[in-house]
Write a protein that binds this ligand. Structure first.
Ligand code: PGA
Length: 307
């Protein structure tokens, strides 16, 4: 074994303290050792190195060149150990950790289902899943309140790490017995004659709908505004009007649904969910693991669920 490998970590820790204080007495106090123990450890270390590490001039202690070099080496060793400790703490965090997610309302039809297999695999991880509209999510992102966020329209004014995750098409929904059901390529001009049920201000779905119609110089006849996709579906089924929602909102509807999807020109509006977090944010090991899961297995599971 090369001679220096015989130096113990304990000896190096004692040396580091003695070199920092330039005093065996103060190193002993810091490490709760006796002064003779420190002297003995330094004697053994000096013997292992084969060169003096300290020199005494008068009553003062100085580091020799070899001592200064060993000091630098100790800094590297202890820094590496600190990093390893952090890593281990994070790895333990996978057994017991916390994942904070905020997703837009449309993603609530998919993300909880993806969390199932993930949580089964890591039973010690607790998850908080907040469902919010686009603007509320942006507020949380701005305040750095969560680990990861899922939304369709990533912010342009904020520096975020952003990965597309899954298609989120917007479709036109009408009551199952509506006269337009079954017609092909209904024009937007015809569509705006229908009473429309709109999502609340702050909704990304609403923004996308308004953008399309204002692009064509058309104005929707908004009959009511509702703050939830589910409430809008109930209103459509109740014959109150038509609306435009994410196709995912229909995921659990089945064939007997009282709601039908209309075939309209320019539709579906093609959007994608993105998973984002502030650029430069240090993601916990739990968040990193979930992100990888989302972009690999999660993506496949979600697609299967949608088809
Ligand atoms: P929201 O969702 O309408 O619930 O705000 C928008 C989105 O898909 O990003």
């Amino acid at each position: 074994m090369p001679p220096l490998k015989q130096a113990t970590l304990h000896q190096l820790a004692v040396f580091e303290a003695a070199a920092r204080h330039l005093s065996f007495t103060r190193a002993a106090e810091e490490l709760f050792l006796t002064q003779p123990t420190v002297s003995m450890q330094m004697k053994q270390l000096t013997k292992t190195v084969g060169l003096p590490l300290f020199e005494q001039v008068g009553r003062r202690l100085y580091l020799t060149d070899a001592g200064r070099e060993l000091c630098r080496t100790c800094e590297h060793i202890f820094e590496e150990l600190r990093q390893f400790e952090t890593l281990v703490a994070e790895m333990k965090g996978l057994k017991q950790g916390y994942l904070r997610l905020t997703v837009v309302t449309t993603a609530k039809y998919v993300v909880p289902r993806l969390l199932g297999p993930f949580c089964r695999h890591y039973p010690g991880i607790d998850v908080s899943l907040i469902v919010a509209n686009h603007d509320q999510l942006m507020d949380r992102l701005g305040a750095n309140q969560d680990d990861l966020y899922i939304l369709s329209h990533p912010p342009e004014t904020m520096d975020v790490a952003c990965q597309p995750f899954l298609d989120n098409p917007l479709v036109v929904l009408a009551p199952g017995d509506h006269p337009l059901v079954g017609q092909k390529q209904i024009s937007l001009v015809r569509l705006v004659e229908e009473p429309f049920i709109m999502r609340e201000p702050g909704s990304g779905t609403r923004q996308a709908v308004q953008k399309l119609f204002s692009h064509h110089g058309l104005k929707l006849k908004v009959r009511m505004e509702l703050g939830s996709n589910e409430a809008i579906k109930q209103a459509i089924a109740g014959g109150l009007g038509i609306s435009i929602l994410s196709a995912h909102t229909m995921a659990l509807e089945g064939h007997t649904s009282q709601i039908a999807c209309l075939d309209v020109e320019e539709f579906p509006i093609r959007r994608h969910w993105h998973v984002i977090h502030p650029q430069g944010k240090h993601l916990s090991v739990v968040a990193r693991t979930f992100l990888t899961y989302l972009l690999t297995e999660g993506k496949v599971l979600a697609r299967e669920g949608v088809q």
